[in-house]
Write a protein that binds this ligand. Sequence first.
Ligand code: TA6
Length: 298
Amino acid sequence: MQQQAWTAKQQKLQVQGVLTELDVIEIDNPFCSAVIALQGAQVLHYQQKAKSSELPIPPLLWLSDNNSFAPQKAIRGGIPLCFPWFNKHPEYPNLASHGFARNLEWILESIIESADGHQVVLTLEQNMETLKVWPYSFKAQLAVHLGEQLSLRFSVKNTDKQAFEFKFLFHSYFAVDDIHQTQVMGLENTAFLDHLNPELDNLREVDTIGFNAETDRLYSLASGRYRIMQPSQSDILIQSDCSDAVVWNPWIEKTQRLGDMSADAWQQMLCVECGQVSDPVMLAVGETRAFKMFCFRP
Ligand code: TA6
């Protein structure tokens, strides 16, 4: 029986045969194939490998086909890391939405093969650019395990001489067959803020979530266990120790305003984002906090 490949190579991302300037790590092993961009330590692609007797397993993540992949430009799709703020900067709204981490080049620390897959570790520390907009010294690390499941461990160490707080999200774009047929389980009876109607308070999810319009909700004190259900293709299971979850689909009009999504792409994607937003993370001097998420098609 042919031995399955075990490869991990760093190269420029090719899109439809055209080389981009984006440095990526391409992983192939008996459990999955994956692509991680050094910019933002962003997982762009992850696809489990079916056992020989099974049908192929669809990619787990959605990636826009309208990305420019220009340096320091946010990439739409995969798992962008929002850090150290979420949405607009609280004082300087003209700064990059969702923080600087996803637009900066991270350092590739290691790629290690183990019996159950590859582990890739990348780090980001403060620099002249980050200190201008966020005056703290820190060391962020993302450890990605690429095996039968995709697991991410995001940690931040306070290397400053003062305490600070941060917000972060795994801003995961999952691939769905048809958003109209898609439901999300796991957020029942959970309080949420509707970003489209921020004046409404005391909102609480009652049932599984279906989609028939733009949806942009921040769930707090969430369960950390979610299931994206679709009748036509395998579900997606998500588990995290983060206390918040954002559920987002831009629907028709917002997609047209975004500019880096094709007009009907909203039908094949859904963001279920685990992170710490409503309950920011306070770090004392020298303290490290870590958060995990794993996801896969069962
Ligand atoms: O996480 C949901 C959200 O905050 C939406 O409001 C929308 O802005 C989305 O993130 C995408 O943000 P981006 O900056 O990547 O365009």
